[in-house]
Ligand binder design. Structure first.
Ligand code: NAD
Ligand code: 6OD
Length: 496
C-alpha cells in the first residue's frame, strides 16, 4: 500500500495535511486506531490554527488564479482524472478504508470506493451540461428585457465529514464543490484519515493547481474543525455528522452569515405492511438495520410491522440476524465488522443497558461477541433486536448508530404514519408493501427527505439527498449540489 506516509520511529506511518500543493506536518499527532483489534494504523498530524489558516489562505489565493478562469469542460476533465487516479489505486483505497473501519472487504469494494469514483464522474458529467434559467420580460415602460442567471462559485468551501462512510461522504462534497469552480479545505473525521490522505495524493498526481484542494486532519471542537468553521475566509460550510454538531457549527458561522448545508442524524423507520412480499421485507429490513454495523445515517432503528404478520416477522428477522457472521475483514465469511471505536461501542452498549431498564424484550444480541483472540481488543457488538418498548422510550426516539432495531406492531395506515412522523428526525423511511397506491399514499405523508418503497439505500446520485427536522438543512445531489455550491447572479438586459 502506498499511503502518503512517513516512517516515524516505532510508530509506523504518519498521515500529513495537504496544504497549498504540499504535504505538511504539524508537531502534535494522534493515533489512528484499527477497531478490529485496537492496533495503531498510523499517527495523524493534528492541524493547529495556523495550519488551518494557511490552508484557507491558499484556497482563497487559488480561487483568484487559474481556477477562476477554468471552464466547466476543464474542471470536468480534472474530475475524471481524479476518478481515474482512484481507479488506478483501487486496492490501496479499499485497504485504507478497511484499515480505518474494519468493514468487510466486499463493502469497501462495492460501495465505498466504487461510489467515491462515481461521485467524481457524476459531477464531471453534470457540470458540462448545466444550463441556467432565462426569461423574457415585457416591462411597463414598453421595453423588452432578457433575464438570465449566471452561476458563479461561492469561493472557499469548508468540508467536514464523518467516519461512517469516509471516502463516499467526503467525495460526495468535494466533487460538486470543485465542479462548480470552488476551492476546498476539507477535514475528514479524526477516526478515518486514511482514504482522505490517499485522495489528496491522487488529486496531487492529477495536477490540480496548488491550493484548489487542501486537506487538514484533526479533531472537531476547539480544534481543526472549529478553526475551519470560525475562519472568516470560508464562504460556506458543508457538513455531515451528528445533529448536535450541526447545531454548534450553525452558531459558529452565524456571525459571518455563511451558507450551510447539513446532512445530520436520523432515527429512521421501516414500515412492513401485511401485504408485503414477506421474504423481501425481511431481507430489506435485515440490510437497513445491520449494514455497516448499523452505522449508516439511513439505517432503520425503528421497525413497524402490521399486527397479522408481527410474530412471524420477528422470528424471521431474528433467524436472519443470528446468521450474520461478525468478524474481521480478513474473514471471507464475515458480513459485519466492528463499530468504529471503543468509545462509540461504549455509547451503543449504554443503549443496550438502557433498553433493558426501559423494559425491552431482547429478542437477540444485546452484548459483545467473544472471540478468544485479538478481536476481543476491538469494538465489536452483536446484531441486536428488541421488542416491547413504548414509542416514547429513549431507545426508540434517540439515534444509537449501531446494529440494533426495535420492532413494534401497528394496526393500520393512519396509525403507523403518525408514529413514524412523531420523531425529532426526518431523514429516511422504507415502506414494504405490494399495494401500489398505498405505497405512494404513505410516501406522500411521511415527513422525511427520502422514502424507499420496497427498497433501501439505492439512490441515483443525480437525485436530491437530505433530511427534514433535526436531520439536516438543504439538499445535495445532482443539480441540488450545483445550486448549493454556486452563487447565482441574475443579469437583466434591455434588448428592445
Ligand atoms: P460528528 O458530528 O461527531 O463528527 C463529524 C465531523 O465533524 C468530524 O469530522 C468531526 O471532527 C467534526 N466536528 C465535531 N465537532 C465539531 C465542531 N464543534 N466544529 C467543527 N467540526 C466538528 O459525527 P460522527 O460521529 O463523525 O458521525 C456520525 C453521525 O453522522 C451520526 O449522527 C449520523 O447519523 C450522521 N451522519 C449523517 C449523514 C447524512 O447524510 N444525514 C451521513 C452520515 C452520517
Ligand atoms: O447516497 C449517498 O450518496 C449518501 N450521501 C449516503 C449517505 C449515507 C449516510 O450515512
Amino acid at each position: 500500500m502506498k499511503l502518503e506516509a512517513k516512517e516515524v520511529t516505532g510508530a509506523g506511518r504518519l498521515f500529513r495535511h495537504y496544504v497549498d500543493g504540499s504535504f505538511v506536518d504539524t508537531a502534535t499527532t494522534f493515533a489512528d486506531v484499527n477497531p478490529v483489534d485496537g492496533t495503531v494504523v498510523a499517527r495523524v498530524c493534528e492541524a493547529d490554527e495556523q495550519t488551518v489558516d494557511r490552508a484557507v489562505r491558499a484556497a482563497r489565493a487559488a480561487q483568484r488564479g487559474e481556477w477562476e478562469r477554468s471552464t466547466p469542460a476543464q474542471r470536468a476533465a480534472w474530475l475524471h482524472r481524479i476518478a481515474d487516479g482512484i481507479e488506478a489505486r483501487f486496492d490501496d483505497f479499499v485497504e485504507a478504508e478497511v484499515a480505518d473501519t474494519g468493514r468487510p472487504l466486499v463493502q469497501a469494494r462495492t460501495l465505498d470506493v466504487t461510489r467515491g469514483i462515481a461521485n467524481f464522474r457524476t459531477f464531471a458529467n453534470l457540470i458540462v451540461s448545466a444550463g441556467s434559467e432565462c426569461f423574457e420580460t415585457h416591462a411597463a415602460d414598453g421595453g423588452e428585457y432578457m433575464n438570465y442567471v449566471m452561476r458563479k462559485p461561492l469561493g472557499v468551501v469548508g468540508i467536514i465529514s464523518p467516519w461512517n462512510l469516509p471516502l463516499l461522504l467526503l467525495t460526495w462534497k468535494v466533487a460538486p464543490a470543485l465542479a462548480m469552480g470552488n476551492c476546498v479545505v476539507a477535514k475528514p473525521s479524526e477516526e478515518t484519515p486514511g482514504s482522505a490522505t490517499l485522495l489528496a495524493e491522487v488529486i496531487h498526481e492529477a495536477g490540480l493547481p496548488r491550493g484548489v484542494f487542501n486537506l487538514i486532519h484533526g479533531h472537531g471542537p476547539n480544534a481543526a474543525g472549529e478553526f475551519l468553521t470560525r475562519h472568516p475566509g470560508i464562504s460556506a460550510i458543508t457538513f455531515t455528522g451528528e445533529s448536535r454538531t450541526g447545531s454548534t457549527i450553525m452558531k459558529t458561522v452565524a456571525d459571518g452569515v455563511k451558507d450551510v448545508s447539513f446532512e445530520l442524524g436520523g432515527k429512521n423507520a421501516a414500515v412492513v405492511f401485511a401485504d408485503a412480499d414477506f421474504d423481501a421485507a425481511v431481507e430489506g429490513v435485515l440490510k437497513s438495520s445491520f449494514t455497516n454495523a448499523g452505522q449508516v445515517c439511513l439505517c432503520s432503528e425503528r421497525v413497524y410491522v402490521e399486527r397479522p404478520i408481527f410474530e412471524r416477522f420477528v422470528a424471521a428477522l431474528k433467524a436472519r440476524s443470528e446468521a450474520i457472521r461478525v468478524g474481521a475483514p480478513g474473514d471471507p465469511d464475515a458480513t459485519m465488522g466492528p463499530l468504529i471505536s471503543r468509545r462509540h461501542r461504549e455509547k451503543v452498549l449504554s443503549y443496550f443497558r438502557l433498553a433493558v431498564e426501559e423494559g425491552a424484550t431482547v429478542v437477540t444480541g444485546g452484548d459483545v461477541p467473544l472471540f478468544g483472540d485479538a478481536r476481543d481488543d476491538g469494538a465489536f457488538v452483536q446484531p441486536t433486536i428488541w421488542t416491547g418498548l413504548s414509542d416514547t422510550a429513549r431507545c426508540v426516539t434517540e439515534e444509537i448508530f449501531g446494529p440494533v432495531c426495535h420492532i413494534a406492531p401497528f394496526d393500520g395506515e393512519d396509525e403507523v404514519i403518525g408514529r413514524v412522523n412523531d420523531s425529532a428526525y426526518g431523514l429516511a423511511a422504507s415502506v414494504w408493501t405490494t399495494h401500489l397506491a398505498r405505497g405512494h399514499r404513505v410516501a406522500k405523508r411521511i415527513q422525511t427527505g427520502i422514502v424507499w418503497l420496497n427498497a433501501w439505500f439505492v439512490r441515483d446520485l443525480r437525485t436530491p439527498f437530505g433530511g427534514t427536522k433535526l436531520s439536516g438543512l438543504g439538499r445535495e445531489g445532482g443539480r441540488h449540489s450545483l445550486d448549493f455550491y454556486s452563487e447565482l447572479t441574475n443579469v437583466c438586459v434591455r434588448i428592445a
